[in-house]
Design a protein around this ligand. Sequence first.
Ligand SMILES: C[S@@+](CC[C@H](N)C(=O)[O-])C[C@H]1O[C@@H](n2cnc3c(N)ncnc32)[C@H](O)[C@@H]1O
Length: 241
Amino acid sequence: MTPEGWVVVLLAAIGVGQLAYWELVLCEGAHLGPRVVAATYDWVARRYDADIKHFDPVVESTILGLPLATALIEVDAPRVLDLAAGTGRTARALVRELAFDGSVVNVDLATRMLRTGRDALPAHAAERVGWLRAPVDQLPFADAAFDAVVCLEALEFVPDAERVLREALRVLRPCGVLLITHRVGPYARLILGHYLSRTDFAALLGRLPLNDIRIERWQVEYDLAWAIRSAESGERGARGV
Ligand SMILES: C[S@@+](CC[C@H](N)C(=O)[O-])C[C@H]1O[C@@H](n2cnc3c(N)ncnc32)[C@H](O)[C@@H]1O
């Protein structure tokens, strides 16, 4: 091959490498479908909690476990669903709270993330926490089956966030608690076609059968939204009819 030919091959290889880095590392496979996203998480599952997220029990209690347990304090043995739960961060935080006497079902497509979370859960909490491999937009649960539905750090990866939220609201009982994150910050914009500005995200929540929507700054890359599923218009909105 001529020297010019080698230069073309080299530039093409660099371009493909950069494209692969953008899609698989920065976007975590978001444009290649949920199975690829799940595969990227399965790949790092064993390192996710300690090395990637650096979860700290005290911080998790402050920003997640205690506020959610408090929001559910009036409910007797609340049933919580964590969508795209990964290693079960919400369950881990909730079962540590004295104020929480309920149960949590974790749903995710990444089998190794679920298995890692199940292995890390204290034995005394095992009976209160379920683990299920399923896509978040097609849940195998009855309508209004849960008192709270949570979805943290995941909506930016799904093909259709509104569809996932409508499915979440189908399985959330009227007046139940919805707790979700919205990805913000410079890296959020790199997930082309998935990024929602703060205005767009608020408008999306406004189209859903929700009351008392409250969006707060949460972490560097995420806002946190709390809302209550409305009692009356829920069926229509939740089914997207
Ligand atoms: C950044 S992790 C968040 C995990 C957990 N919520 C947390 O805050 O630690 C994103 C998770 O979403 C899951 N996920 C992405 N798309 C999914 C889908 N369509 N159905 C089910 N799980 C999905 C991935 O497998 C991964 O475990």
